[in-house]
Design a protein around this ligand. Sequence first.
Ligand code: FNR
Length: 377
Amino acid sequence: MICMTSSISHVELPHSISLLEQMASKSIEKGPFTYVHSGAGNESTLRANEAAFEDWYIVPQYLNDVSFRDTSATLLGTTFPSSFALAPIGVQSIFHPEGELASARAAAACGVPFIASTLSSYPLEDIAANLGNTPRWYQLYWSNDEEMAISMVRRAEKAGYSAIVITIDTSLLGNRERDLNNRYSPLKLGKGAANYLHDPVFQGRFASPPSADDPEVIKNIVDIIFNPSLTWENLKTIKEHTKLPILLKGILHEEDARKALHHGVDGIIVSNHGGRQLDGCISSLEALPSIAEIVQGKIPVLLDSGIRRGSDVVKAKALGADVVLLGRPFIYGLAVAGEQGVEHVLRNMINDIDVTLALSGFASMKEVNSSLIRRKK
Ligand code: FNR
């Protein structure tokens, strides 16, 4: 892998995500770049995610005093500087050797909440150690091996993660044609194995410490990551094992929003996994308004998939999202310039949200509502 980390300064990093994406395509090899960049199937959902934001205009109102602005967000009792957190993204060492440790440090520098993936390249404890006091949540792929799932939740609690995000759209891995054509699978390469290899329950199953270099160990992990038999009933089990708030990531249908409320979850994330799972499914932004209508502010509603700039965040907020998650853009920063690249992306996003808010005529993100936007005819 080619890494240009130390030679790139903030000054040289571009301010648009599309340029950063181009740089990333030259900074890392084809396999990892395609892995982050592509989607499932013919990528219609991937395209729809970004396009959906263009279906809406912001209609600003002026001559409001916007000299002091409050862009902060409060979620699950925690306040942070801007209305976004980092989406859980696994296998980050394929983009930069320091992987999640670099992105965690950048999140900490900006106070942006971090969601650590089950499939991280570094153990969740090491990621936590790089986050300082920054809010952190743990994303759980509820393993078909329940003992493993529960052990990971325990470790996340111990390491100071304050919520569990259960991803529900990954009963199986999506059909990612480009990755299949490239014969590239970071999971089979053991790049997302760290949380398993460091798990006492997992370790207890081997005579000697399990290693990412052992194909049998990696096969064992790949076989237990996902759980196609998971149902709403399983939520009861996790609730018996943790007092942490539980968010469900991957809600797209109004009925699932209703069920989430019925089952007492603490938050939902409207997401299609960045178009990486079910191709042809609805874009997150399109799914948002009717879900927000059902939830009626009873629990937080988050959104990801397609967030690229400040105006996207403001539009999502106007359509009912409390907070959004930033996905691919920070990985492009990581690929190009490690921690510094991620920090660059986060600071640009914080600034872009602030400018968009002011130019929309609002002094506080909390006041943004549907009067701010209009659907294109
Ligand atoms: C992801 N995503 C993801 N989601 C999750 O719940 N657990 C995970 O381990 C991962 N891993 C992952 C790897 C890569 C390379 C990508 C691009 C995405 C999905 C992620 O959390 C988020 O839903 C999407 O990235 C949002 O779409 P955009 O904004 O990146 O297009």
